[in-house]
Design a protein around this ligand. Sequence first.
Ligand code: SF4
Ligand code: SF4
Length: 339
Amino acid sequence: MIDARKIRTVGYDIGIDLIKITTAEPFNEAAKRIKYQIDEGLYLDSEHWHLRDVDRSCDVRAVLPGARSIIAACQCYLTDERAESDVTDDPHGSIARYTWRNHYSDLRERLKKLAGFLKTEYDANTAVFSNSEIPEKPIAQRSGIGYFGKNSLIINERFGSWVVLGEIIADIEIDPDPPHRGNCGDCSICVEMCPTHAIIEPYIIDRRRCIQALTNWYGVLPDDIARVWSNRLYGCTDCQDSCPANRAVEAQPVRAEVGYVGPSASLREILSMSEKEYRRKYARNQMTARWINFQAIRRNALVALGNIRSHGTMPLLEKYARDNDPILAKSARWAMARF
Ligand code: SF4
Ligand code: SF4
């Protein structure tokens, strides 16, 4: 059994905020929860969880045969930069804080360095992940990174839920940490503050109503959701902004400029770009990850304009109202009707 202390020290020298270890046993509780959400129809039609082998998805030995340990990591993305957006002359759409930079990519690169150390020191075979489809949050809980908040995010006592998660799966046996036993207690602020009432019971999100999930789902947004969409271009953090566990978190220095896009973007510009121009401008940010649907980003921009109601954008909305794409045309007409 390898002592985790040396691995942690090297990881912290590489600049990773927190490192914990757990075993590579399957995450049976997570599989149960996913199956429940499938049965209840809580996933979006584009997510296809029902087509997957859920038990296999919750077993990291499927991605690294012979896996024995998981090195779980997190990186805090809270900085003291302001999340303001200009909604006057040039209406801007807000971008969720975790997307201002590509923290996943930054953490993945740091974890790759740590994986290199594991190879040299212990001849370990590894697989590195961040923002992936392995069960990242259950890994974080079982390794002791944090506990599940009722908003289904991982909360760490130092960084709150302002963290991205990453992992190294390794075929070596490392001394594991105990699971995190924290919980939200009597608090239910996020349940009350969610603008679309997407937290239907503690820890369970109806992803068909969650703005964060809908950001990348392509379709016409239901009127009640579109009305509370505000000026969002990408993502939602209302259930984090309102969480008391996040109040005292100390802002961290900016460590990586990889994929920087900032807190907002001009909606006019987004709606005037081709997909190629968009992917070039936001290259290396998760807003241009291969699974991001550019038409959904445009739909978001149209809905945001409908909520901002700046008369100067009417010609742009009129143009989109005649678009060949029925979802964009309908979203533009919804926005015009809001004036
Ligand atoms: S991300 Fe936004 S919409 Fe989704 S649960 Fe949190 S507050 Fe609700
Ligand atoms: S707002 Fe309260 S209930 Fe929700 S995650 Fe934070 S501590 Fe938990």
